[in-house]
Design a protein around this ligand. Sequence first.
Ligand SMILES: Cc1cc2nc3c(=O)[nH]c(=O)nc-3n(C[C@H](O)[C@H](O)[C@H](O)COP(=O)(O)O)c2cc1C
Length: 188
Amino acid sequence: MILGICGSPRKQATEYVLKKALEIVERSHEVKFFTVRGKTINPCRHCDYCIKNKKCIIEDDMKFIYETLPKASGIIMATPVYNGGVSAQLKAIMDRCRALGAQNFNFLENKVGMGIAVGGDRSGGQELALLQIHTFFILNGAIPVSGGAFGANLGACFWSKDSLNGVKKDKEGFRTLKKTLKRFLSKV
Ligand SMILES: Cc1cc2nc3c(=O)[nH]c(=O)nc-3n(C[C@H](O)[C@H](O)[C@H](O)COP(=O)(O)O)c2cc1C
């Protein structure tokens, strides 16, 4: 099962491209989709309850991630670029995964991960956001994949021009998505 996680609080460009990616993935794999939109994902408090009790003390919409992420063989994280990085909502998901790490230090071991970053500017920090996603994968044991050289060096990068119509017209973005998905699907 492949889990797609959307880090945008809106039903706009990021959700659109992630769903396009999942349409391709579901030709060969079971797919699950999670969005932060309309959900409550509180930030990690570093209370260390999870270290002692192997679960998070906060009860909110992370429940779906706690139950689903360990069962996934592949993860696609999609984020809007906020201040040259991932959205605060996606970062909260990453931080709250400390509770999964408390159960199993390598909780992403053998899973394959890829990232999609959607910025309003052409060079707005998409690759920095992808690096943040890859760092999360690497430090928790997952295998990060990109689309390789000639365009998709760290993964799928989109230029939305701050609109859904803008991202739909980003042919280069969809080329990077295709290249990244090809590698992801060959490994997952
Ligand atoms: C708080 C905030 C910070 C942003 N920072 C950046 C940025 O650093 N670089 C960039 O290219 N776009 C930036 N944007 C624009 C969004 O990345 C862009 O509009 C994107 O398409 C939003 O994704 P969505 O359409 O899924 O909501 C920012 C938007 C917001 C709300």
